[in-house]
Design a protein around this ligand. Structure first.
Ligand code: ATP
Length: 539
């Protein structure tokens, strides 16, 4: 029991335990807690009244919900200490005895309770008929030696949490639906099993065996290029060839490569359908299919094309990934593939906690000036920066205005530009020649902009999940980044969800948003209901 003598006068001295024992009357949810009055302690997570002290960290906390969030953050920040790099992995580490089991999957034999503890610490949740433990090192799952060398050359010392659980599951052929933060290493968690399984099925790359064995579908060309590049790195020196199949590039060249014989195709659905309908491509041998950014791939617009491609395959193993997966997506995914295993790491649909969000209320007419102020401020501008906008024309116009007004080099990237242009723009941005890139949604998803630590959401996208992906570009693998979001009444449809997201991330809520009559989802409800909700939340 916390004695409450921590200078937090008037604080309720209740110990917040996980099992809720002895916590009668303790606020369960953040929403149940009132705002802090001047001089009162504030919850370190949401800023409400910090009525309690977390027994494990001594921080001020408002509810069990925020305590949980706090402990998850602490666990994440301790991760490297808990799991030392595999080369130095001792037989006994802080809490796990690890040895090779020698079974077919190569999975290390953690006991049930060790597995449970590890999953809890890493916030890994697994649903479905599956009992393989997370792997603690890449070398523990029977990967080809050359692949292990390539993983090491890529600088991957230990698997990230999503890789720990998804790699062994994919290696034994399970159908997976995986959600994990943006920038958490999901790509390698499907590419490593693909390279491993393809090279074991086809140990020599013979010109007689031409048909692809695996296929990765993604929503954008940029993401396809990046995935293919990573696949090449991991498959280097192995009998593993890849082909990129995306619109905007000459078809004959892509076709020629496929006809040479490849193991993996990475593509966008549209171009693949083109090839399929012209009977230019034979997909009978594809036994692994990845839908990256699956929520986007199963939305209207892509869903029919994806299904058409899926039907052309012979019941492959299906691996589906995103940082944002809804129940609806899970339903569709489960109807597509049998006995699906659902793996989630951390909280799905939440922004990466490494990205600090700063929401600023700016009226539409003032947005440009506000952007110029940021870009010319030594304190606030941390190039290279991606500025997300809502339209192609908007991207071009804003780019021009930035260059004229601030003198900074800026380029725009969107779907109307040719593949060649998009490639050149990306490379001049990535090598640091251009400090500002103005982008539409083509860069929202999956693209790994390694050096980017700042994202400015100039036009709020249509959904919170798109926002989660956009600001995810500011952080890779837990590196700190910032996201500045311009907000005004035009975005009112998103206010209720946005308030939740900002609060749960510990970000400040602009006064205008906090006071907005739309923040409680009041667009279609009567005034009586608004008053009732407000009373319930203690305002
Ligand atoms: N085990 C690892 N060790 C070190 N770096 C890694 C490891 N796995 C992946 N990375 C690197 O982490 C970065 C982020 O990985 P990746 O692009 O796969 O994230 P993601 O989860 O797919 O993100 P998003 O949801 O935005 O697509 C990449 O630069 C990748 O090379």
């Amino acid at each position: 029991m916390e004695d409450g003598k921590k200078g937090n006068q008037g604080k309720n001295s209740v110990e917040l335990t996980d099992d809720n024992e002895g916590t009668d009357g303790v606020k369960e949810r953040c929403w149940d807690q009132r705002e802090a009055l001047p001089g009162e302690p504030k919850c370190v997570i949401c800023g409400r009244y910090g009525e309690y002290i977390c027994d494990e960290t001594d921080d001020d906390i408002c509810s069990l919900e925020c305590k949980q969030t706090l402990l998850c953050r602490v666990a994440k920040s301790r991760l490297p200490v808990v799991l030392p790099p595999p080369k130095r992995l001792p037989t006994t580490d802080e809490c796990f005895y690890v040895r090779d089991s020698g079974d077919k999957s190569g999975s290390q034999s953690l006991t049930g309770s060790q597995t449970e503890m590890l999953r809890r610490r890493l916030e890994i949740c697994v649903r479905g008929d599956f009992d393989l433990s997370p792997i603690l090192s890449f070398s523990s799952c029977n990967l080809p030696q050359k692949l292990l060398q390539n993983i090491e050359a890529a600088g991957y010392e230990i698997p990230t949490p999503v890789q720990m659980q998804a790699i062994p599951a994919a290696l034994v052929g399970k159908n997976l639906l995986v959600s994990a933060d943006t920038g958490s290493g999901k790509t390698a968690s499907f590419l490593v099993p693909i390279v491993s399984r393809c090279t074991s099925i086809r140990p020599d790359h013979s010109p007689n065996q031409k048909n692809p064995l695996a296929m990765v579908l993604t929503p954008t060309r940029e993401l396809c290029m990046q995935v293919e590049e990573q696949a090449k790195l991991l498959g280097k020196g192995l009998p593993f060839k890849t082909a990129l199949v995306v619109g905007g590039d000459a078809m004959p060249r892509q076709l020629h490569r496929i006809q040479q014989g490849v193991e993996l195709i990475v593509g966008t659905p549209g171009r693949l359908i083109d090839l399929l309908s012209k009977h230019e491509i034979e997909l009978d041998d594809v036994f692994m299919l990845v839908l990256d950014e699956v929520d986007c791939m199963l939305e209207r617009g892509f869903r029919d094309q994806v299904m058409q491609i899926y039907r052309a395959l012979s019941q492959p193993q299906v691996l589906m990934y995103s940082a944002t997966i809804s129940q609806e997506v899970e339903k569709v995914a489960s109807s597509m593939a049998k006995d699906i295993i659902v793996i989630s790491v951390g909280k799905s649909n939440r922004p990466n906690i490494a990205v600090k969000q700063l929401a600023i209320w700016v009226e539409s007419k003032q947005k440009k000036q506000k952007l110029f102020d940021i870009l010319t401020s030594k304190q606030h501008f941390t190039p290279p920066v991606v500025v997300f906008v809502g339209s192609r024309l908007g991207a071009d116009l804003l780019t021009e205005a930035i260059t004229i007004t601030t003198g900074l080099k800026a380029l725009s990237i969107h779907g109307e530009k040719s593949m060649k242009e998009r490639r050149e723009i990306m490379s001049s941005f990535l090598v640091g020649e251009v400090p500002v890139m103005v982008a539409t949604g083509v860069l929202s998803r999956g693209v790994d902009l390694l050096s980017v630590r700042q994202v400015i959401v100039f036009d709020m996208p249509n959904s919170i999940k798109e926002y989660v992906h956009q600001i995810g570009r500011a952080s890779r693998l837990g590196e700190e980044g910032t996201a500045i979001l311009f907000l005004n009444e035009e975005n009112r449809n998103l206010f209720p969800e946005l308030v939740e997201i900002l609060k749960s991330s510990g970000a400040a809520i602009p006064r205008e948003l906090a006071n907005s009559r739309y923040r409680l989802g009041s667009v279609n409800v009567g005034r009586g209901q608004i008053r009732q909700k407000k009373r319930k939340h203690g305002h």
